[in-house]
Design a binder for this molecule. Structure first.
Ligand SMILES: N=c1c2ncn([C@@H]3O[C@H](COP(=O)(O)OP(=O)(O)OP(=O)(O)O)[C@@H](O)[C@H]3O)c2ncn1[C@@H]1O[C@H](COP(=O)(O)O)[C@@H](O)[C@H]1O
Length: 103
């Protein structure tokens, strides 16, 4: 199990947790749209750090992005393994060839 898989399990367990005791439970209780919005906010913060070439902050914000990505996926019942399978399918296929295959 990877750190991401471990985190996915914790996030799934928070679906039935008390929103008063867990940030994840609180966020999930607000619904998939709010989870998606939060992911977008965290992505923007990572973009700003990248544009500023602030590597320390980019590392911190990228962790926030990955966590909020997993919350967003969980809110829509998309397993991390489905995302990883899609990434694995693309391995060995250049981005240019992949785009052309979509025609
Ligand atoms: N990785 C994370 C993680 N990353 C970020 N966050 C929280 O995400 C929240 C949003 O970050 P923001 O910077 O937007 O802070 P904010 O409080 O909303 O601030 P404003 O935007 O309101 O100014 C913060 O409260 C962070 O603590 C996380 N909360 C939880 N996890 C993981 O999830 C596990 C379960 O957490 P709980 O659900 O809280 O038990 C934890 O053990 C961690 O492993």
């Amino acid at each position: 199990m990877s750190v991401l898989h471990d985190l996915e399990q914790v996030i799934k367990s928070r679906k039935s947790a008390d929103p008063e005791s867990s940030w994840t439970a609180k966020l999930l209780a607000k619904g998939p749209e709010k989870c998606a919005e939060k992911f977008g906010e965290e992505a923007v913060e990572a973009i700003i750090a990248a544009v500023k070439n602030d590597r320390e902050n980019l590392t911190y914000e990228a962790a926030d992005v990955l966590y909020h990505m997993l919350v967003m996926l969980a809110a829509r019942d998309v397993p991390l393994d489905d995302v990883l399978t899609e990434l694995a399918r693309r391995q060995g296929l250049s981005g240019i060839a992949e785009k052309a295959s979509r025609g």
